[in-house]
Design a binder for this molecule. Structure first.
Ligand code: 2DE
Ligand code: MG
Ligand code: MG
Ligand code: MG
Ligand code: MG
Length: 324
């Protein structure tokens, strides 16, 4: 799996998206473009805006609105990352110091707010009230997911269903919205809008499952983030839910001490990874990811075969393959 084919197929549109991103991060308040560009030009894949462009293309959309909506999607994503690194107290992002480590938490939150505002201005310029509804609803849902996660933090009694509700909100909803606005702009039938949203939702769930595996099983250098952040934060992700559920009393005491009481010693991350290996928690989280990946591919069934559809199928495989 690779995103090369998608990158190639949307390249012309993406150039316009990038120009739009550059101009809309502009401000006389120089700290705004500084902070925004630190993150925006740090080599992200631009996966979400590419999905908007791809779905608009699949819908046969011939207008201009998809460029601004794709830029809006990337701004929303960038805003969530700026806020996320504050909430998570993360030091690294895409292999660089996070914006909050360079400019502070205040600047990160506020520049995120600026980008969110700019995103909504562009949506209004596009003039599709339906697209505005989808993307603004996504913004609210993302925040809901994060608040749900906060409420579940340090609680080892969190269930798999509760975890799934969190990642649907905090991650998958933006993928779903990014995809759904394509056929909406193209004026395509409701069934195609729903299928595009379902593709994005299932891909997004798979994406976050893999992200949560990599936080224990990845390599910091390749990840551009610190392995073990979730553990140190007491975040209850699916690998933890599975290892806790399958563990014996002594093991559960370990999870409670580390995640609920935050008493974490030098070797505890290694011990946690050892327990996950013993109980196949990372493996089974990846199995779940593959299941959602398969559902994403299935959701594309009602679109006729095309190079773009093939490229989207490869994106699913790419997201799953990030894990090794
Ligand atoms: C990624 O989770 C989830 C990101 C959503 C963050 C949204 C926030 C609300 P991770 P990584 C903070 C702000 C909402 C807006 C601006 C609409 O696992 O591992 O923390 O990349 O991601 O840090
Ligand atoms: Mg984070
Ligand atoms: Mg987070
Ligand atoms: Mg993560
Ligand atoms: Mg994290």
């Amino acid at each position: 799996g690779s995103i090369d084919q998608l990158v190639e197929l949307v390249a012309a549109d993406m150039e316009r998206v990038n120009a739009t991103i550059l101009s809309r991060t502009g401000s006389d308040v120089t700290m705004i473009p500084e902070v925004a560009n630190h993150l925006i030009s740090s080599g992200g894949k631009r996966l979400r805006p590419m999905l908007t462009l791809a779905m608009a293309n699949l819908a046969g959309y011939a207008g201009e609105g998809h460029v601004k909506l794709a830029a809006s999607v990337e701004f929303m994503h960038t805003a969530t990352l700026l806020h996320d690194d504050v909430v998570d107290e993360s030091e690294l992002r895409r292999g660089r110091l996070s914006a909050r480590m360079v400019w502070g938490n205040e600047a990160s939150v506020l520049v995120g707010d600026f980008l969110l505002g700019q995103a909504f201005r562009m949506m209004v310029e596009v003039g599709s009230l339906r697209a505005l509804d989808i993307l603004s609803s996504a913004a609210a849902t993302i925040a809901e997911g994060e608040v749900m996660q906060l409420a579940a933090a340090k609680n080892t009694a969190t269930t798999e269903d509760e975890y799934l509700a969190v990642i649907r909100g905090k991650t998958a909803e933006l993928f779903a919205a990014a995809c759904e606005v394509g056929p909406v702009l193209g004026g395509r039938p409701k069934a195609e809008q729903t299928a595009a949203a379902s593709f994005g939702m299932n891909l997004g769930i798979a994406f976050q499952l893999v992200d949560d595996v990599l936080d224990y099983g990845g390599k910091s250098a390749k990840l551009g983030k610190n392995v073990g952040d979730d553990f140190r934060e007491g975040k209850i992700t699916l690998p933890v839910v599975l290892a806790f559920r399958r563990g014996n009393d002594v093991e559960r005491e370990f999870w409670v001490r580390a995640l609920e009481q935050g008493k974490i010693g030098d070797n505890d991350l290694n011990h946690a990874i050892g327990l996950m290996t013993k109980h196949r928690a990372l493996e089974d989280t990846l199995n779940r990811a593959h299941h959602y990946g398969a559902m994403a591919v299935d959701a594309l069934a009602l679109f006729p075969p095309s190079p773009m559809k093939g490229a989207l199928e490869q994106v699913v495989a790419f997201c799953l393959a990030r894990s090794h």
